[in-house]
Design a binder for this molecule. Structure first.
Ligand code: WTA
Length: 656
């Protein structure tokens, strides 16, 4: 990875400091003791605090087992059930009639589930899954858009000790198939379709196409989203969700106690190879980590109303729509569809109508709000808001200020939360109402998290020096690979270094970062071949394989850029010399991405170039392309093998 000297200047820029607003007074972390100091002093026993937020069927007898480092095991000997923690115990605590889930449909529909309703439907689905042959430790693939049936089915799996494998509903059949094979799924849950701008779009057809390619036959449960106007034919081994729920309504399915170290779910993400990778999280540590951060970072207590705009197909939806907030007994708002449909008032209406107190979204969404203008939030009552969050990519100081002023009325702290699919829960963030905020920097590591910026050799770098963000000590919600995934997980993420006292394992996050004198971390970006489009993490290899499969295309590079506010995908491609039908090729590239990956990944532009910028070892220099897309001036292209291509690319970029 080549050093880019220009970033050192811009990223070590002095950041302004903002004091937390004094009006934020429902802080649950203020104990009079500095939590970071206490967690340092008491590490790892401090993490008993997180475990104490859960209900255990069987208490653990060993907090942290590090015998097999870096495959650490948390809360060993403990037994618990995640669905019981997210539902049943709230019933016993008198929250039966409290709203657990409030769904805001695209067509102005609202559906409300109390904790009692949630319990009833989750139990019925759990019974239905069992009837279809799903057993403990089996995997169920869920291929659903933002419908209440998605969290319900996730929790139904958890109830019977089956693992869910949620695949983003926007993925094309090939991508679904790729994410299903390798998990050996025992069942699929999907829906008939979805509405996009009023038009019914097929979801089941995509699912059927993937199933036709699957080697074994497995049952499919189909949720009815389109209603009676759009009848769907069910084939053999296909079951209507509603019929299953009716049939098993009132069934008694006691939650299956799981070992804390047993897997709770799989989720696919992109790593340095760019291929989709199967990630696994363990029941006890993951739930403890998400519950603890939901309390400490998002300040969620039972009854608080919370809205996170993330899709459940990604880890944010798992940790901070389903498991964390429900383990805390919060009221979770779930919004289907685009925030701009039917109009730009929708997000603010959702906040106003539901009295949302804590709002969590991405810098991309905030930039879109900025583009629309402050008159939209200003037209709505936002007095219920008391805390704002952001995740997924660096938030620039201007975007931060806009969010703080026009959404939070300078009353609400902002938590800029850094974490990953692999970390399971937030790792770096300010503590709301306690820590000073520095727009542009995510903040210091959370209590108990040992994050360091290091060089290639694992040596810690001083403040101001950009390097690799690593995590040195294990943490409860850390990735917990299956036996069969250990080899690549080790190769991809962990490195061992000898320091003066002992051998230290460092977890490499794949991000570049810089730390300041106060220990605040600024994220520079990915160091590997991963692009983030609309907060969705995709491997460049997966995208580029789709592009180079187009006849006539020789090489391709896909990068994310944010020219007009939204983060979009841009494709740079080289083509065979005798090809002149550029528009045809452009269309074919777009079609290939849409059909192999999904419509959400449709590129904003396809630029044909005689060469891609390369390092001396022949690796595509994504950073050079990103800089061109972001319209920044390139200050240092020295490490390139073919520096002359930069000028050419810049002029192509402005003309194409
Ligand atoms: C990036 C999403 C800057 C980062 C939760 C990380 C961020 C990747 C932030 C993980 C943030 C996440 N500031 N960058 N606050 N949060 N990232 O696995 O590059 O989909 O490695 O998890 O998103 O993406 P993932």
């Amino acid at each position: 990875m080549a050093e880019d000297r220009s970033e050192r200047v811009s990223w070590s820029e002095k950041r302004e400091t903002r004091s937390p607003p004094s009006t934020f007074d429902r802080d649950t972390t203020r104990t009079g003791v500095d939590p970071r100091e206490r967690f340092d002093r008491e590490w790892p026993d401090c993490w008993a605090d997180a475990a104490a937020l859960l209900e255990w069927t069987e208490p653990y007898d060993e907090l942290l087992d590090d015998d097999d480092a870096p495959f650490y095991r948390w809360f060993v000997g403990g037994r618990l059930n995640a669905a019981e923690n997210c539902i049943d115990r709230h019933l016993e605590a008198g929250r039966k009639t409290q709203v657990a889930l409030r769904w805001e449909g695209k067509r102005d529909e609202q559906r409300t589930y109390t904790y009692h309703d949630l319990h009833r439907e989750v139990t019925a689905v759990a019974a239905g899954l069992r009837e279809l042959g799903v057993e403990e430790n089996d995997v169920v693939t869920l291929y659903l858009p933002t419908l209440p049936e998605l969290p319900i089915t996730m929790l139904a799996c958890a109830r019977i000790g089956a693992l869910h494998n949620v695949v983003f509903a926007g993925f094309a059949p090939d991508a679904l198939l790729e994410r299903m094979s390798g998990t050996d799924s025992s069942a699929l849950v999907t829906c008939d379709g979805a509405f996009r701008d009023g038009v019914a779009i097929d979801q089941k057809r995509k699912a059927d196409a993937a199933m036709a390619e699957l080697e074994s036959t497995i049952p499919t449960i189909v949720v009815d989203r389109l209603g009676p106007a759009n009848e769907t034919q069910l084939g053999p081994d296909q079951y209507a969700y509603d019929e299953l729920v009716d049939r098993f309504d009132g069934a008694d399915v006691p939650p299956v106690p799981r070992n804390a170290t047993d897997p709770l779910f799989h989720i696919h993400t992109s790593g340095t190879t760019g291929e989709p990778q199967r990630m696994t999280h363990a029941t006890g540590g993951y739930l403890a980590g998400t519950a603890w951060t939901s309390r400490t970072v998002f300040d969620l207590s039972p009854g608080d109303t919370y809205w996170c705009t993330a899709d459940l197909g990604w880890v944010t939806g798992h940790s901070y729509v389903v498991y964390g907030p429900l383990a805390r007994g919060a009221t979770v708002v779930l919004a289907e569809g685009s925030l701009r449909y039917p109009d730009r008032h929708r997000p603010w209406e959702i906040i106003e109508r539901n009295g949302v107190e804590v709002f969590y979204t991405t810098p991309g969404v905030i930039r879109t709000f900025m583009k629309w203008g402050e008159s939209f939030p200003a037209a709505h009552d936002r007095s219920s808001l008391r805390l704002l969050g952001t995740v997924g990519e660096p938030i620039g100081p201007d975007t931060w200020e806009w969010y703080y002023t026009h959404v939070g009325d300078e009353r609400c702290p902002i938590v800029d939360t850094w974490w990953q699919t692999e970390t399971g829960a937030v790792m770096l963030s300010t503590l709301p109402g306690v820590d000073e905020m520095k727009p542009g920097a995510v903040g210091p590591p959370l209590p108990g998290i040992d994050a360091r910026v290091v060089d290639e050799d694992g040596r810690e770098l001083p403040p101001g020096e950009p390097g690799y963000l690593t995590i040195t000590k294990p943490w409860p919600s850390m990735l917990s690979p299956l036996e069969s995934d250990r080899y690549w997980v080790l190769a991809e993420y962990w490195q061992q270094f000898s320091d003066r006292r002992a051998d230290t394992w460092r977890y490499f996050t794949g991000d570049r970062a810089v730390v300041d004198e106060d220990g605040y971390v600024t994220i520079i970006g990915r160091a590997d071949d991963v692009v983030t489009v609309g907060n969705r993490r995709l491997g460049t290899a997966e995208l580029e394989a789709a592009i180079t499969a187009v006849d006539g295309v020789t090489e391709a590079a896909a990068v994310a850029g944010s020219t007009g506010g939204d983060t979009d995908l841009y494709v740079f491609a080289t083509i065979e010399q005798d090809r002149t039908d550029r528009d045809g090729l452009r269309g074919a590239i777009t079609d290939a991405i849409v059909s192999r990956i999904g419509r959400f990944a449709e590129p904003a532009a396809v630029v044909f170039t005689p060469e891609l910028p390369e390092t001396h070892s022949g690796k595509t220099m994504y950073r050079v392309l990103e800089t061109i897309v972001d319209d920044e001036r390139l200050e240092d292209s020295e490490p390139l093998r073919n520096p002359e291509i930069v000028g050419e690319l810049e002029s192509l970029w402005t003309t194409e």
